[in-house]
Design a binder for this molecule. Sequence first.
Ligand SMILES: *Cc1c(COP(=O)(O)O)cnc(C)c1O
Length: 395
Amino acid sequence: MNQHKKLSSRLVHLGDRTGESVSRSKTIPITMTSVFAFDDVESLDRVYRGEAQGYIYTRNGNPVHDALGEIMSGIEEGEGALAWASGMGAIALSILAQVQAGDHILAAHVLYGGSFQFIGNELARFGVGVTFVDVVNEDLSPYFQANTRIVYVETISNPIMEVVDLEALAKLTHAHGAKLIVDNSFATPVICRPLLLGADTVVYSATKYIGGHSDVTAGIVVADKETLAKIYAFGLLLGPTLSPFDAWLLIRSLRTLDLRIRQHARNALSLAQYFHTHPAVQTVYYPGLPSSPTHKVAQRLFSDNLFGGMLSIDLVGGEAQAYALLRHLDSIQFAPSLAGVSTTTSYPAKTSHRALSDEELAKAHISKGLIRISAGLEDVDDLIREFDSTLAKIC
Ligand SMILES: *Cc1c(COP(=O)(O)O)cnc(C)c1O
């Protein structure tokens, strides 16, 4: 850089070309830029016209987003994937990009709180009708209408961990000319790959297991090219752009996803078995337990006998006992999210599902004694010891 330039000029240009080299970075570099520079107008024009590979502006795309998309679509066996600034961003875009006024959606009656509110409260303003149904226990056939475009479900429902038969649901959905969107956040592609079971679009809160370290808020959509083009075009205008830095963190996290999920699932199963015989617990919700009503479906759809890292327990002592347990647990933190490296607890009635009325809570089996547990990566004996001594103290 020319020494004769003033400090202000040097401040904005120094380092521009650092790193040009005959070798390249072994890992994907963080392209922390909002815009890309071109040598001339012709090259910019070629990129706009799709004749040259290039980037223009990070809201339109960034190399780290593309690398993340390639990994996600590669493991899901989709035609592509798009990353967004949150799970809700990915979910809202995936739905809105595929409906118009006059359409109808069928949705599971037990959903992540934000998804339930978006589908239940916001879609009506866009002229989209909604019917909530018990997708696990009811025959959905009578609920389809001529204008039903989308069926929206979660692989493992939150917080009572019921597993939907995605294979059968995809067949039924397609027979009615609709598309199946699956929120696979709780299962992850290590345990279940909904596209291979017939689903059309898979959405993730990557804030959860994909990120896995409680330090990123992000969402991902995996689908076919035509659907992704609609979601991309709409997302470009709504603007929930993921920071390239956060996209990079997700790539880093994905490298260990398989290892992490296996340990989360092993610990969750051991905890579920422990709680199953504990007198203070009236019900354990975990699809890995043979007593779970959807255990057989989970065995058929899930890989390697893995049932996920999430379980819920319903305490005999109700609300007072639930509050006491959450207050007295020591290293196991009460944190209203999930899927981090350490075990955390949540209280669905006052966190993820606090917008539900008492009647809706009862329908979703969310009692006042219900505690949701996100099994972390600790040694499970330590976890059981902590739950055991705390339950002994409060019972
Ligand atoms: C957290 C969560 C969401 C929302 O994702 P955000 O990243 O918080 O926007 C959606 N679905 C499920 C199942 C979730 O757990």
